[in-house]
Write a new protein. Sequence first.
Length: 436
Amino acid sequence: MSLRIPWAEKYRPKRLNEIIGNRRAALELYRWVLQWTKGIPDKKAALLYGPPGTGKTTAVYAVANELGYEVIEMNASDLRRAQDIDRVIARAVSVGSLFGAKGRIILLDEIDGMSGTEDRGGLSEILRVIEVTRVPIVMTANDPWDPKYRPLRDVSVLIRFNRVNKNIVTKILQNICMKEGIKADLSALRLIAELSEGDVRSAINDLQAIAEGRKVVTVEDVKALIAKRYREYDAFTVLKLLFSSRTSEQARAVLSQSSLDYNDLKEWIHENLPYQYSDPEELAEAYDALAKADVYLGRIVKSQDWGLLSYAIDMMTAGVAMARRHPYHFVKYKFPSRMLILSKTKEVRQIRDRVLERIARKAHISKRGAATEYLPFLRVIFRANPKMAAGIAKWLELNEEMIEYVAGDKSIAKKIVEFIKPQAKTRRRRTQRTLF
Ligand SMILES: Nc1ncnc2c1ncn2[C@@H]1O[C@H](COP(=O)(O)OP(=O)(O)OP(=O)(O)O)[C@@H](O)[C@H]1O
Ligand SMILES: [Mg+2]
């Protein structure tokens, strides 16, 4: 499963004439890049902007393919390091190309992905790159209207990408179904297109989620996906109502208004309590209530005494909500990791197996030995020392997924990967690897 190619990548248009949504915008970019063949134009940068999944990045690569150009892609974290930028510029203006490309485009993708203090440095770096460049610079952004991007807008040609029309999205989906040998109801594809709100990537992702491995797709299949999403959405709303309720009656009412069942609610609360309550006393009290609810639920399972259910529910709603002493504040709730793990165990077990294989091979022990004698210690090291972990991961030839498995935590895994980065980063997308 984890090895599958996202259809959005597999079917990303490679040439201009394959782009059917936002074609006008793509052609505008093409003409602007062509201008460079006649001399350096007034505006040395183009800023492609618009909602996600509307073809901005796709257009850049399609234009480059059309002209036989090479795309040199940089991301926000490269921009933080001024020396990298110097190297890119030096490389982009130097003559000759490793791949015999006829020209180059520098792509600064998703410039509005930069956040916090990083972007102030980043922005001025971009401006400097634009000032000195002798090759076209293309930037993409979802929302370029923040005042801080004003200097960038001033030096750029602005090219707007719109949400892609529903009929066109439907056509793109039909095309994919044809190539995948899937018989899909037109109404099913229309519904997916509608849901996507003009975001082609999300439409294709939805189609893949529903249709992969099947021969037939119906409206009912699409509706099932919507229902599942709705339940997840519902959980966020329920938590917000629960944690913000002022009276125990309000808190109790929350569950009855939702499609969530009490077991799921328990998981959701369990996962999110520490984000919602930071005061230790609030936390202790809330966990106490949740623990009592859990005990009741356990008894119900054993004794089948459903009369206890209302106590359990009281505990996990009113009990948890009434622990709050400070005003409610907004937090971004997380999907319960336990539920994620349960739904993913098969995948996880496969990853674990591959990790153990690598350890076994390198350390000359059995896989079982790797599991009992190496893995627990590796996990400790991975959590304590990302740099050392990076070294080990490299030696064991672990990929990102495996690193995450060993570390048992996404953000720690990210840190470790950062240490291995230099090689990993340039492999993003179809960026031609460049040897700086
Ligand atoms: N106009 C389009 N025509 C055909 N396919 C498209 C179009 N726009 C997007 N797609 C499909 O959606 C995927 C994502 O598009 P792309 O990466 O270009 O989006 P983007 O505008 O760069 O989004 P983001 O702002 O999130 O970076 C592509 O791989 C392609 O499969
Ligand atoms: Mg993009």
